[in-house]
Design a protein around this ligand. Structure first.
Ligand code: AMP
Length: 487
C-alpha cells in the first residue's frame, strides 16, 4: 500500500496563499491578507518574512487571528513576506505539514507556499527517496523543494523552472528568498493567483500576490492582473519580470472556485464570482422550475445562487434558515443524551417563515448528501408543506486531484445514485441539478477553459490517477482507476 499517496492526496487540499514585496509592514499585510483568505483553509497557517538577509518563520495550527498575535508578528521583520493558510480533512493534522515550507539548500534559504495538488508527487517522492533524499513532511510541496535543490541551474528562476517542468498537476506557488519573491502558476492554471499593487510608505509601490482579490480589497491594494498559467513572476528590487517556464497547455481553470470555493466578492479567472453564482441560480430556475412560495438559501454558500433563482423565477427570496457563525473548532459536545446535533448546531429553520409553505431550498453542491438530507427533514419538522431541493452545479461524481477536498468516489452519493435515487434519500419533493452546459454558461466558458472533472470524471492531466479504494476485507487499498489523455 502506498501510504504516501494517501497523505499527498490530502495535504494540499484547499489552501490560500498571500505574498508581499517592498513594504516595511510586510508581515502585518500578510496577516491581513491571510485573514481575508481564511475561508480557503482553517487548520493551520504560517508566515515567512525576509529582512533582506535572513528568513524568519512562524507556523501553527489554528486560525490566522489566533496564531498571529502582535508579539508573533513582531518576530517577523522585513520588507517581504509570504503566508499560507491550509485546510485538511485527513486525520493527521500535524504541524509538520503546515506551510510555508522553509529550507536551506545549495540555492540559499527558500520558503515555499503552495495551493493545489501535484498528481505525480508520490512517484517523485519514491524516486527521490531511492536516490537518498530525506523528506521531512508528507506534503507534495516538498517534492518541488527537493527538485529545486537538485537542479544544475545557476539561478533560482532556472532551478524553479527545472523543478516545475518535472511535476504534474495544480500549483499556485509563492517562493520567497532573502531578496526575491516568485509567484508561479501551473501551465493549466487550475488554481487562481492574482497580482496587485499598493503604495508603500517609502514612496514606491509594493507588489502583492494572493489567491483571491478579496485579500486586496482589505488592504486597499489595486488589482493589476492574474499571474498567467505557465507564468513565473519574479519580483525583486529591480522590478518585476515575467518568465515563461513551460510550453503552453490547454487552460483548466477550476470551475468549483466559482461554484463554491472562492469568496463571492472576489474576481476569479477574470470574472466576478457573484456574477457567476447568480447566473448559476438563474439558469437553475430555467432548467428546473417549480411552483413554490419562497426560495430559501442554505447559508452561506447557497445565497448568491438562491438570489439568482429567485430573480429568475420571481419567487420571493426568504432567509428561512439561519446560520450560527460562531461555531469554533473546539466545540465540545455535551453528554450523550443531548448530543448529535449534526447540522442543527450550524443551521436552524425560521418556523414562522416556512410553516405551511412550499419551499425551494438552494445549495451549491451535494457531496455525501448528509447535509441536504438533514435540512430537508428540518424544514419539514418546521412545518414546510413541500421541500424542493435545487443544486447550482451538476452531480459531483468524481474526486478532485487538483486541490479541492472531495471524499473518495464511493463516498460521493452521485457517483453511484441517480438524481431520483438521491431525491428519495433526501426525502425531498423534487430535486434538480444544474446541467453541465448551464454551469459552463454561468462562468462564460465559451472556449472550454475550465476543468469540470468532478462532474465528468475526465481528468485533464496525462497521468494514471490513483484512487484510495475502500475495501471491506483489507482496509484501504489503492488502484489505478483512469488513464486520461491531455485535451
Ligand atoms: P454533504 O453533506 O457531504 O452532501 O456536504 C454538502 C455541503 O458541503 C454543501 O452545503 C456544500 O456547500 C459543502 N461543500 C461542498 N464541497 C465542499 C468542500 N470541498 N469543502 C467544504 N465544504 C464543501
Amino acid at each position: 500500500m502506498n501510504t504516501d499517496y494517501i497523505s499527498d492526496d490530502h495535504f494540499h487540499d484547499e489552501c490560500g496563499v498571500f505574498g508581499v514585496f517592498g513594504h516595511p509592514e510586510a508581515a502585518n499585510l500578510t496577516y491581513l491578507g491571510l485573514y481575508a483568505l481564511q475561508h480557503r483553509g482553517q487548520e493551520s497557517a504560517g508566515i515567512v518574512s525576509s529582512d533582506g538577509h535572513d528568513l524568519n518563520v512562524h507556523r501553527a495550527m489554528g486560525e490566522v487571528e489566533e496564531i498571529f498575535i502582535p508579539s508573533v508578528l513582531l518576530k517577523l521583520p522585513g520588507h517581504s513576506a509570504i503566508g499560507h493558510t491550509r485546510y485538511s480533512t485527513a486525520g493527521d493534522k500535524a504541524i509538520l505539514n503546515a506551510q510555508p515550507i522553509m529550507i536551506d539548500c545549495n540555492k540559499g534559504k527558500i520558503a515555499v507556499g503552495h495551493n493545489g495538488n501535484l498528481t505525480n508527487a508520490a512517484d517523485w517522492r519514491r524516486k527521490l527517496e531511492h536516490r537518498g533524499s530525506i523528506f521531512q513532511t508528507n506534503s507534495d510541496t516538498e517534492v518541488i523543494v527537493h527538485l529545486i535543490a537538485r537542479s544544475q541551474a545557476r539561478n533560482l528562476s532556472g532551478a524553479l523552472g527545472d523543478a516545475l517542468n518535472q511535476v504534474e498537476g495544480a500549483y499556485s506557488l509563492l517562493v520567497l528568498t532573502h531578496d526575491e519573491l516568485y509567484a508561479v502558476r501551473d501551465p493549466r492554471g487550475f488554481r487562481p493567483l492574482v497580482l496587485g499593487k499598493l503604495p508603500s510608505p517609502d514612496g514606491q509601490d509594493a507588489w502583492v500576490v494572493a489567491s483571491e482579490t478579496c485579500a486586496f480589497d482589505l488592504l486597499d491594494a489595486t488589482y493589476v492582473r492574474e499571474v498567467e498559467p505557465g507564468e513565473m513572476v519574479r519580483i525583486s528590487r529591480s522590478g518585476i519580470e515575467s518568465i515563461r517556464f513551460s510550453p503552453p497547455k490547454p487552460h483548466q481553470y477550476c470551475i468549483f472556485e466559482h461554484v463554491y470555493f472562492s469568496r463571492p466578492d472576489s474576481i476569479i479567472f477574470g470574472r466576478s464570482v457573484t456574477h457567476s453564482r447568480e447566473m448559476l441560480g438563474r439558469l437553475l430556475a430555467q432548467e428546473h422550475p417549480v411552483e413554490a412560495d419562497m426560495v430559501v438559501p442554505i447559508p452561506d454558500s447557497g445565497v448568491p445562487a438562491a438570489i439568482g433563482y429567485s430573480l429568475e423565477s420571481k419567487i420571493p427570496f426568504r432567509m428561512g434558515l439561519i446560520r450560527n457563525h460562531y461555531i469554533g473548532r473546539t466545540f465540545i459536545e455535551p453528554s450523550q443524551a443531548i448530543r448529535n446535533f449534526g447540522v442543527k448546531l450550524k443551521l436552524n429553520p425560521v418556523r414562522e417563515l416556512v410553516a405551511g409553505q412550499r419551499v425551494v431550498l438552494v445549495d451549491d453542491s451535494i457531496v455525501r448528501g448528509t447535509t441536504s438530507r438533514k435540512l430537508v427533514r428540518m424544514m419539514r419538522d418546521a412545518g414546510a408543506k413541500e421541500v424542493h431541493m435545487r443544486i447550482s452545479c451538476p452531480p459531483t461524481i468524481s474526486p478532485c486531484y487538483y486541490g479541492v477536498d472531495t471524499p473518495t468516489r464511493e463516498e460521493l452519493i452521485a457517483s453511484s445514485n441517480s438524481p431520483e435515487q438521491i431525491r428519495q434519500y433526501l426525502g425531498a419533493d423534487s430535486l434538480g441539478y444544474l446541467s453541465l452546459d448551464g454551469l459552463k454558461r454561468s462562468v462564460n466558458d465559451t472556449q472550454g477553459k475550465f476543468c469540470t472533472s468532478c462532474y465528468t470524471g475526465n481528468y485533464p492531466t496525462d497521468l494514471v490517477q490513483l484512487e484510495v479504494r475502500e475495501s471491506s476485507s483489507n482496509g484501504k487499498t489503492i488502484e489505478p482507476v483512469t488513464v486520461v489523455h491531455e485535451t
